[in-house]
Write a protein that binds this ligand. Sequence first.
Ligand code: C2E
Ligand code: MG
Ligand code: MG
Length: 697
Amino acid sequence: MDKPLNILYLEDNPQDVELVKALLLADDLSCTVISVESSATFVAALKRNDIDLIISDYSLPGFNGLAALKIASETMPETPFILFSGTLGEDAAIESLRNGATDYVLKHRFKRLVPAVRRALIQAQERRERRRAEETLRLRNSAIEASINPIIITNSLQPDDPIEYVNPAFERMTGYTAAEVMGRNCRFLQGRHPDLSGIASIRALLREQRAGQVVIKNYRKDGCLFWNELHLAPVQDVDGHTTHFIGVLNDITETKRYQEQLEHQAKYDFLTHLPNRSLLYDRLEQAITYAQSYQRGVGVAFIDLDHFKLINDGIGHDVGDQILTIVAQRLKKTVRAVDTVARWGGDEFVVILYNLAQDDILAHFLQNLLATVRQTVTVEDREFNLTCSIGLSLYPQDGRDMAILLRSADAAMYRAKEQGRDNFQSYTPEMHERINERLTLENSLRQALARQEFVLYYQPQIDLRSGRMVGVEALIRWQHPEMGLISPARFIPVAEDSGLILPIGEWVIRTACAQNKAWQTAGLPPITVAVNVSARQFSDKKLAMLVAQVLRETSLEACYLELELTESLVMHNAEDTIVTLRALKALGVRLAIDDFGTGYSSLAYLRQFPVDRLKIDQSFVQEISTNSNNTVIVKAVISLGHSLNIDVIAEGVESQAQLEFLHTHDCDEVQGYYFSKPVPPEQFIEVLTGSRYNGVA
Ligand code: C2E
Ligand code: MG
Ligand code: MG
């Protein structure tokens, strides 16, 4: 015992007080004796609250030991109480013990007092410790009971580790009551599809009797799966033997689900749910490895939707996204189950064709992909007719590794674009050169505007009845410092893909209008200048505003400007085209459909388009008299135009024979080398005075 004990002694006889003090001090009990002699001083002393033991005489003046015992056991029930009396009879002694006295010692046997005090103190100490232990136990128990984490205690001393305890949280989480699970082994939580790796980890912990954490698939009573992050810890007895295991369960189903979602997102495209690039790489790698081992082929088809930017920019990304999703699903249905369709990004997809055998099957397969994309897509009650361009590369002949195969397929896809889209091309080695060339072209194209390398050439358009020149078409040329004069057929597609067509197109409109106004100012008879507008410009919401602004700036009357739109462009999304065409028409400009006959026009739409002219594509004009098919088409276009009250102009007229045919069939106007090649403005006056077309009519 560390601190000195306070012993309270109730005694009216001073000699006895001396005796007790002497007895206690003689022993090595370190204590202070506080003596009191009346009930009042006794009560006051008890209030100090630091009394470790009470010794009391039995008979006191106006007070007695039993009364003192009563007071003490009410106020300090823990404190040992020893009666020390010379007069105590056996009855009183028994009664005092019954009333809670710890012991009694007769005064003439005073030597027994010190051992009695020692005994009483030890007992009191033990009682206090027991109580404290009980208190702790109770506290821990209620903590376990109140814990929100399910807790299981199993008994390791009995066979098959039966459950000995589960807390209410366990009951709540698993749906099993404590009574249902008591005495059973925990394996009932593993359901019908045991999570073998989890079980193995648990077994290892149990065998090695150590603490650890295991994530395991468990099932609730209703059969519902939950992911359990289980903390297991052994409980050892004093000898270090494991008697129990405590398991704390943690439902991490949500976390696990989130994790899975993240993993999915890392591998699948968010919009279309197709494999993304990273999963594509994995699969392609696998396909190549497989093909190497079994001497098989792998096909990589690079698919790019044609003019998809028009939809995205013109109609909105929402609709664009929905279309992509639909196309993605259709592509997936078109391929075999073993093949992979992945989203490369934007409107580009890649198909991996595994285990290829014959090439003819491949062609058939690619035709199917083209046909799939051609199927009308309906979004928000609107119909969209898409096409795509596909490039194909094959393992092993076109590349022995993934990167080369993909690059080759991409190059072939570009070739398909150049071939007029809606077709597929297989890779050939020259394609790489073309790609490089294209990149070089794009780089210098970026600077061409600022360096004033563009020029407009003009080609006359002649009215077949009057023989007079009624208009000119402005055709852009690029005067490249090293490469010389580059034709628009080469650089316009590059400008469209890179977006450079917008500033270039703006320059064309502005220059053509200014030139036309200049001719008028110079006193020439007023004519129309026709400007080609590309798909990208047409889908730009600001086109009408730009045209209006240029007309204002150049003071050209709107009726002397004509915008040429290609047939495939206007038919691509006819509903929106009508709206844009009307906005342009409202400015007073003329509208023409270029390359007519090549783009599957719908008559129903054509009727609604406010167009002034159809331009028969030069491919029909060229073989006009030799190819009967073309003869029919040209005649049909002329009569179609006239039935809709639209003028028809034929382009690419090179010969007298062609001219005569067109004249005979009532074509309104013509344009072509027969009269003049496109010429720079400074030569234009020369053309005007040239003889050729004075003699037409
Ligand atoms: P397009 O609008 O159909 O232009 C007619 C093309 O046929 C021009 O080629 C013209 O030079 C050519 N051509 C005219 N008469 C004859 C002929 O008798 N025989 C033959 N074989 N060809 C003839 P060009 O100038 O090379 O332009 C090619 C295409 O580039 C144009 O086709 C047009 O789509 C586009 N383009 C030209 N200038 C512009 C422009 O400023 N903006 C845009 N967006 N596209 C342009
Ligand atoms: Mg044109
Ligand atoms: Mg044309």
